[in-house]
Design a protein around this ligand. Structure first.
Ligand SMILES: Cc1cc2nc3c(=O)[nH]c(=O)nc-3n(C[C@H](O)[C@H](O)[C@H](O)COP(=O)(O)OP(=O)(O)OC[C@H]3O[C@@H](n4cnc5c(N)ncnc54)[C@H](O)[C@@H]3O)c2cc1C
Length: 372
């Protein structure tokens, strides 16, 4: 019997498995497809900064705690597996093209309020830093501590690191329900067998709401499709992560450039659309006009796990002793994975939580504002 069975082997389930196995527990992770091939593979790997001593909101706290943990986790994974996850501090620039100056003032102020370093840039200083930016950039600021990770490599490193901690990893194993006895959960039912477990942790990403509803629990998480485009070039036109509202460009050190991403409420459909890809290409050329001459490599999409208040669910499922959830990270699951995993480990093992866990309670009330 496993001490803990984890349902879902994305970045959240794998990091939690790594944490729990590090405490000497026998952990098994089940994934209905392959490990780390859903949202955690599809994402861009943007890792915004934070400052734990100034962070006020629950989202800012989880982001700041994770920001602090990323360098250590990266070093540990490299040491254990030899895999470089591509974590690097390349800095980010938030910018606006055309329109009135000062559009970014509120956003800049909110970073300052959080105690995060920012540098305001006018058109000249932005172009000095990044000469290929659109010369019509009217305002911008730099976030020197914004980092990136190569998320497909990171999940590969997590899988390998879990194996070094004897985590049992079963791909192609879909969980369809739970078993219980005397009011306590005793295991999970897959399409093939029943697996006994001391504790159960649901990390099923965008599928969490569906799985929990099938056993009578309301954990409102729904899929939001995000399309991505990948370009490649021999000479990167920019070095910083560029942000414009909810869209961004991510220059990878090997000459690739990611362009993301759409937000689409279309259920569990993962295909790319001509309109989505065209929009992203147009966006890329607005920020960096010379990108029209760069090679188009491929496109894909993934399903973000959206919760109603855009905060993850972390903790036990009300009224149960040994059923837990870590899911619903929406646009920030890669960034927030180190602290989320640590926090759920601390909760499951009755350890002192690194930050208060109550704001992420699974039973908090929440419904989507559009009624969906
Ligand atoms: C286009 C895009 C861009 C993004 N960019 C960023 C970014 O730059 N920075 C950032 O921090 N975040 C980003 N995100 C969000 C981030 O990717 C997610 O929040 C994060 O990956 C969620 O991780 P997860 O482990 O909860 O979900 P997933 O990675 O989706 O993993 C869930 C796993 O559960 C498995 N599963 C589901 N149901 C079952 C079942 N019944 N039985 C067994 N297995 C099951 C699935 O197969 C899947 O592997 C992005 C997402 C997308 C789509």
């Amino acid at each position: 019997m496993a001490d803990v069975v984890i349902i879902g082997g994305g970045v959240i389930g794998l990091t939690a498995a790594y944490e729990l196995a590090g405490e000497g527990l026998a952990v098994e992770v089940l994934d209905q497809v392959q490990f780390g091939r859903e949202a955690s593979w599809a994402g861009a790997g943007l890792l915004p900064p934070g400052n734990l001593s100034h962070a006020k909101t629950p989202g800012a706290k989880l982001r700041a705690a994770s920001h602090k943990l990323w360098p250590r986790l990266t070093a540990e994974l490299r040491e254990a597996t030899g895999i470089d996850n591509g974590y690097v501090n390349c800095g980010g620039i938030e910018m606006r093209v055309g329109g009135p100056k000062g559009q970014l003032d509120d956003l800049a102020q909110s970073w300052r309020d959080e105690g995060v370093e920012i540098e305001e840039l006018d058109t000249d200083s932005a172009l000095e830093l990044e000469p290929n930016l659109n010369p019509e950039t009217v305002s911008a600021f730099r976030l020197p501590e914004k980092c990136q990770v190569r998320n497909p490599r990171h999940v590969k490193a997590l899988v390998a690191a879990c194996a070094t901690r004897n985590v049992n990893l079963s791909a192609g194993t879909r969980v369809v329900g739970f078993t219980s006895s005397n009011g306590k959960y005793t295991g999970v039912r897959t399409t093939q067998e029943t697996i006994q477990a001391g504790q159960i942790l649901v990390c099923a990403g965008a599928w969490t709401g569906k799985l929990m509803a099938s056993v009578g629990f309301q954990v409102p998480v729904r899929p939001v499709r995000g399309q991505m485009v990948l370009m490649s070039t021999n000479a990167l036109p920019v070095r910083h992560l560029l942000g414009y509202g909810s869209r961004y460009l991510v220059p990878r050190p090997d000459g690739r450039i990611l362009v993301g991403s759409t937000e689409e409420w279309v259920g569990f459909h993962k295909q790319n659309t001509a309109g989505g890809v065209a929009e992203l290409l147009r966006f890329a050329a607005t920020l960096v006009p010379s990108l029209v001459n760069v090679g188009f490599e491929q496109c894909w999409s993934g399903l973000r796990p959206e919760s109603a208040d855009h905060l993850p669910y972390l903790g036990s499922v009300g009224g149960t002793e040994n059923l837990f959830v870590a899911a619903g990270h929406f646009r920030s699951g890669l960034q927030m994975s180190p602290a989320s995993a640590l926090l759920i480990r601390q909760t499951m093992l009755g350890q002192e939580p690194m930050i208060p866990i109550e704001p992420y309670a699974v039973g908090r009330s929440g419904s989507f504002s559009d009624g969906g």
